[in-house]
Design a protein around this ligand. Structure first.
Ligand SMILES: Cc1cc2nc3c(=O)[nH]c(=O)nc-3n(C[C@H](O)[C@H](O)[C@H](O)COP(=O)(O)O)c2cc1C
Length: 298
């Protein structure tokens, strides 16, 4: 609890003086720096990681320790996988990575809406390019990269969609993609529907709390048709264990979170997983597999 309080009362007000993009960078660097001091690293890890067999499952042939992952957007430079792991993310999607390096759009390209716990971004694909990033990954995690590649003979392909598509079209597209062999679906990306915010910035996809409704709606519609065929990953406005529980019950096998990281802080994965375990306990739900899609079976 002390960690959460420290973030809310001390770290967050300081970070929120900076632009969202600079705050991300300072946040990662601080976490990585503290983690390198062995005693603090272990302390943080022990404090933030939730381990419970009840939350474990295999997805895309890989083991997932919990159903809460870090979505793309937080680690755009693909440099902070260690910090993501330390925070207790079950998996981290890096990038987006493009074949050649790209600088992305000019700054400012990310905007914060504090009262609504939302972000707006039009970052573009700022990254150092596939060759450089894969070199760094192999240097940092050679054993793990090789091990994971060995486990996955055919790399899984996941389709991620915008919440702004017409729902019927979205469902049709997902069905076609699954028939064509896609391994999973991610719902949803950010929205450009400015009505979601009280005072939207001119540009940028909206993420965070205001996206919750659209993201749930997409999950519900697609799960009604495709649940059980391929795993569905839910993304958009998830920031607590209650929402996490609902998304799993609605048919998501796991979730990806991005915007809740700066708003809730580095304890967000732990908090979500602990709350999820408490709700499962109260409902007599033994394992994550009993929860996923349970609302569809009623
Ligand atoms: C700053 C930022 C950058 C993002 N960059 C990407 C990206 O490169 N690729 C992608 O698929 N989604 C990207 N997203 C979308 C998120 O992965 C996620 O789908 C969306 O923000 C909704 O989740 P959230 O409400 O938990 O943030 C980005 C989001 C943010 C906030």
């Amino acid at each position: 609890m002390a960690f959460a309080k420290f973030y809310k009362q001390v770290a967050r007000p300081v970070l929120f003086q900076l632009s969202p993009e600079d705050a991300h960078t300072v946040g990662f660097h601080s976490l990585e720096a503290v983690a390198r001091i062995p005693i603090y690293g272990k302390l943080i890890e022990n404090n933030l990681r939730v381990e419970s067999r009840r939350l474990e499952q295999r997805l895309f042939t890989l083991p997932f320790k919990t159903p809460v992952c870090l979505g793309p957007g937080w680690d755009k430079p693909s440099k902070f996988i260690h910090a993501a792991e330390m925070m207790g993310a079950a998996a981290a999607e890096i990038g987006a990575i493009t074949p050649l390096p790209q600088g992305g759009n000019p700054r400012p390209r990310e905007f914060r809406h504090v009262d609504e716990e939302a972000l707006q971004n039009w970052m573009g694909f700022n990254n150092e390019g596939a060759a450089e990033i894969s070199k760094r990954m192999q240097k940092a995690y050679p054993a793990r990269v090789v091990a994971s590649l060995r486990q996955v003979t055919n790399k899984p392909i996941l389709l991620k969609l915008s919440p702004d598509m017409e729902i019927d079209k979205m469902v049709e597209l997902c069905k076609e993609a699954v028939s064509a062999g896609v391994n999973g679906i991610i719902l949803t990306n950010t929205s450009i529907d400015k009505k979601l915010l009280m005072r939207p910035s001119e540009k940028g996809g909206i993420s965070g709390r205001p996206l919750k409704g659209k993201s749930r709606e997409a999950l519900t519609a697609v799960a009604a048709e495709l649940f059980g065929r391929v795993p569905i990953i839910s993304s958009g406005g998830i920031a607590d264990g209650v929402e996490q529980y609902d998304r799993l019950a609605l048919g998501a096998s796991a979730t990806q979170i991005v915007t809740a990281v700066p708003f809730v802080g580095p304890t967000v994965f732990r908090d979500i997983n602990l709350e999820l375990l408490r709700i499962m306990e109260r409902g007599g739900i033994e394992r994550i597999s009993d929860l996923v899609g349970s609302a569809l079976r009623r």
